[in-house]
Design a protein around this ligand. Structure first.
Ligand SMILES: Cc1ncc(COP(=O)(O)O)c(C=O)c1O
Length: 315
């Protein structure tokens, strides 16, 4: 998906033009992957553009930075305000928002402490990550030959750029073999997550997903889907999922900011359930989209309207 340029990017509390958002090739981040970031969706709701769970995303960003001793001089509330203004100044409705905290240009060497911490935030229009058709019919995925990182190697609770080197291996292998996406197992062979999604399975009307110790990232969409299951009276639990359980599940689906709620119709060419979006996935997906489109009340306070300028985002 090629990037569609917008007018402004937020940099350390100031607006800069899209084309001015440049860094030096010898920046620490370029050489050592030293960045943490977020992916956030803004939805075009019936009541105007609104950002989905912006506070939770910004809190996770701040936490990711803290794990890597990259404390940004902006609390989550200021970053949330900046995100709403960013969408407003770029005159977008539905879009994707990418805040990133990175180690910039200063010293060379593994020790990053001599390099400045920079915060950028951009947004652009972005369609359905795993395809519009996949949302209705389901996608074909594989279990990757690559595992997710072992505990106490690259911290998976931090959404760091470096983690996505592993995600890229999973994604490229899947695409090269004709699949839409790949599922990574953890180092014990249990289901962990997709290259950029969490995994859910449905058996006998109950929904299961791996616990945090296996799933890695504290997923915002994962949490939303667990809440929606509770609201809809669908039994849900977190449990370790052996690979083969996926093959005999009635339904399997992905969740994620980019992937939203995407059904999986086959894994490794093994048909899942009826080989189409299942009824439980459909109920959850419809509820998710009803809330994010503003057609159903935002009963959990997940949507932040972009609204009128607050002036809080720029110093
Ligand atoms: C590796 C990985 N797992 C899961 C997810 C889904 O998390 P969320 O729902 O917070 O977007 C993402 C996307 O952020 C991801 O990159």
């Amino acid at each position: 998906m090629s990037l569609q340029k917008t007018e402004k990017i937020w940099h350390n509390g100031k607006w800069i033009a899209w084309d001015e958002a440049r860094i030096h090739v010898l920046s620490h981040v370029v050489n050592y992957g030293s960045a943490v970031f977020e992916g956030i969706r803004c939805y075009d709701t019936a009541q105007g553009p609104a950002i989905f769970r912006v506070r939770e995303h910004m809190q996770r960003l701040v936490h990711s930075g803290h794990i890597y001793r990259m404390d940004a001089p902006f609390p989550a509330e200021d970053l949330s305000a900046a995100a709403t203004e960013l969408v407003r100044v770029n005159k977008l409705s539905a879009c994707y928002i990418r805040p990133i905290i990175l180690r910039g240009y200063g010293e060379m060497g593994v020790d990053p402490r001599g390099c400045p911490i920079e915060v950028y935030m951009a947004c652009w229009e972005w369609g359905k990550y795993l395809g519009e058709e996949g949302l209705g019919n389901g996608i074909d995925v594989c279990v990757s030959s690559w595992n997710r990182p072992a505990p106490n190697t690259l911290p998976q609770m931090a959404k760091s750029a470096a983690n996505y080197m592993n995600s890229q291996l999973i994604k490229m292998e899947a695409r090269a073999n004709g699949y839409t996406e790949g599922i990574g197992l953890d180092t014990n062979g249990y289901v962990a997550e997709g290259s950029g999604e969490h995994v859910f399975a449905v058996r006998d009307g109950s929904v299961i997903t791996p616990p945090l110790a296996h799933a890695g990232l504290l997923g915002v969409t994962r949490d939303s889907v667990l809440t929606i299951c509770g609201d809809l009276g669908i039994p849900v639990s977190e449990q370790a999922i052996p690979r083969e359980l996926l093959y005999i599940a009635d339904e399997v689906f992905f969740t994620g900011t980019a992937a939203e709620v995407t059904p999986i119709r086959s894994i490794d060419h093994v048909q899942i359930g009826a080989g189409a979006r299942g009824p439980v996935t459909k109920r959850i997906q419809e509820e998710f989209f009803a809330i994010t489109s503003g057609k159903k009340p935002d009963r959990h306070g997940w949507l932040t309207p972009v609204g009128v300028p607050s002036g809080a985002a720029v110093r």
